[in-house]
Design a protein around this ligand. Structure first.
Ligand SMILES: [Zn+2]
Length: 146
């Protein structure tokens, strides 16, 4: 049984199992702001069946693509993405930290060449949840890149 109540959305995305407190950041990554025209639900600090608390966001009218899913993974690995079409879950997957990030994320080092010149970011996962910037070779936590 799913704990998700998706009946308020007929086409869109539900992101579940977001790390508690990160739901707002997920909306930011998805480019949702006060000008967004469709319904959005941000549910924070709800009890998770897995223990602890979680955030959930439901967005009518927006289908999350794989690239964006990778960004969500940076701040909340293990979150689940549910793509809703015709009021049904048409696709469901867990976001995982990718081995490599190309053209995604931002290097937190202000002196990094990627922040000075327009060039494509590239990060490689070095351990657990850390990434190394291909250009300045500094190591960062995944959520610093989002
Ligand atoms: Zn860098």
């Amino acid at each position: 049984m799913s704990t998700l109540n998706v009946d308020t959305i007929d086409m869109g995305t539900v992101v579940d199992h977001i790390k508690a407190g990160k739901g707002g950041k997920v909306l930011e990554i998805l480019g949702i702001d006060k000008d967004y025209k469709h319904r959005i639900a941000l549910v924070m600090n709800v009890a998770s069946k897995k223990g602890g608390t979680k955030d959930i966001v439901k967005i009518q009218g927006k289908i999350v693509d794989d690239k964006t899913a990778n960004l969500i993974a940076l701040i909340s690995p293990g979150a689940t993405i549910n793509i809703i079409k015709d009021e049904k879950v048409s696709k469901k997957f867990r976001v995982e930290l990718p081995e490599k990030l190309d053209g995604l994320g931002t290097c937190p080092n202000p002196n990094c060449i990627t922040n000075i010149e327009q060039c494509k970011n590239s990060f490689t996962k070095v351990d657990g949840a850390n990434y190394r910037c291909h250009y300045c070779e500094r190591k960062f936590q995944a959520d610093e890149l989002a």
